[in-house]
Design a protein around this ligand. Sequence first.
Ligand SMILES: *[C@@H]1O[C@H](CO)[C@@H](O)[C@H](O)[C@H]1NC(C)=O
Ligand SMILES: *[C@@H]1O[C@H](CO)[C@@H](O)[C@H](O)[C@H]1NC(C)=O
Ligand SMILES: *[C@@H]1O[C@H](CO)[C@@H](O)[C@H](O)[C@H]1NC(C)=O
Ligand SMILES: *[C@@H]1O[C@H](CO)[C@@H](O)[C@H](O)[C@H]1NC(C)=O
Length: 425
Amino acid sequence: MAKWSGIIAVVSLTVFLMSLTAATVLPIHPYLKVEDTFISQLYDTSNYGFLQIDNGLARTPQMGWSTWNFFACNINETVIKETADALISTGLASLGYTYVNIDDCWSRSKRNSKGEMIPDPKTFPSGIKALADYVHSKGLKLGVYSDAGIFTCQVRPGSLFQEKNDAEHWASWGVDYLKYDNCYNLGLPPQKRYPPMRDALNATGRTIFYALCEWGIDDPAKWAGKIGNSWRTTDDINDTWISMTTIADINNKWASYAGPGGWNDPDMLEVGNGGMNYHEYKGHFSIWALMKAPLIIGCDVRNITADALEILSNKEVIAVNQDPLGVQGRRVYSSGPDGCQQVWAGPLSRNRLAMVLWNRCSKAATITAKWSAIGLEPSISVSMRDLWKHKVVSENTVGSFSARVKAHGCEMYILTPQRATRSSI
Ligand SMILES: *[C@@H]1O[C@H](CO)[C@@H](O)[C@H](O)[C@H]1NC(C)=O
Ligand SMILES: *[C@@H]1O[C@H](CO)[C@@H](O)[C@H](O)[C@H]1NC(C)=O
Ligand SMILES: *[C@@H]1O[C@H](CO)[C@@H](O)[C@H](O)[C@H]1NC(C)=O
Ligand SMILES: *[C@@H]1O[C@H](CO)[C@@H](O)[C@H](O)[C@H]1NC(C)=O
């Protein structure tokens, strides 16, 4: 009898614990609720938890500019102001690039006698508040940078153990965005170092975008959704084809974890910095947009080339990135030598699909996307809009679509099925 009641107790405890586990299951992505979709469940979103950090931000990936990729530490208040002006005069701001983010090196090497982090008086003599006021007067937002360690990567003060005071200080200046890096972290686990800043930012009462920069070391996609609005999945990007493609592949692995409220971040854009050619930058931008990556410009906007401006200003590609469905596109098929002829795709709102044919081979190639490979029923007739030629290239494509793609180039399309659809989104 005692034995049986013991077993019953264990069984009921197990059932109870299972019900607790079930209660903590992530809310599903709205994409999975869409009925009668033409798109199969190829685009897994099961690891995504809807709006886990509920600060009202990142419904779509963040867009803006950051100092780091072009200027590194060679920054000052003049460059920030001139860039804010240039974002307006080039039209980039009105396309959505609104965060003006100061990366490492804005602060003095030592905190002041009150323990406050203060701007470098040589480079930011007017202070960050004045800069925030300037940027806000243009309708833009200001970002700063700190580190979940005792120093930043460039050995300025970090915010570990000082989260509350630093967050209050930034909020009092009118800061709208924080990039939070991972240097000098004392070997403490990121799951311990990143949440205190989330709570500190929240406690200020100011709405501040929280961008984790943990370099993907501890697989942040698995835990950062509850902590930040975006999380870096990789090491830093550099202005080379090999770096950009390597990073795209790593970020691709985490597609099922991204969605409104929290995005995988394969790092900032290199478009316009000169290390890749026009076709390579077009691919960089198209794939970042499809992957629902943050679109943070990394070139000198004051002196942007016509090619870079054309790429970064492509409204139709930006619209894919900012689509309200918020499902990360991914590589669905590859063929050719080392799989260099690639098809990347992802679902969009209103039962549409975005697709990139990406030729990573060193020679031009014809790339074919079969409907089965991109998650469409083979019999569906599709209208194909080319997002770089800005026109519909075919009204009734059935079964597959092929295009000739330049070496290291890409073509990008929106596919709209021609049958009436019933879709809530
Ligand atoms: C500000 O930074 C820019 C970019 O590095 C540089 O060209 C300029 O000389 C600097 N201005 C001042 C006043 O230091
Ligand atoms: C703070 O967090 C709560 C709970 O997630 C949220 O409702 C609120 O909007 C947040 N406030 C700010 C300023 O981020
Ligand atoms: C650029 O990135 C690639 C690949 O991630 C890496 O192999 C290379 O060392 C990097 N180059 C520089 C100059 O950092
Ligand atoms: C502007 O960019 C060009 C390359 O596109 C470069 O040669 C030139 O030095 C840049 N000018 C300034 C002022 O940075």
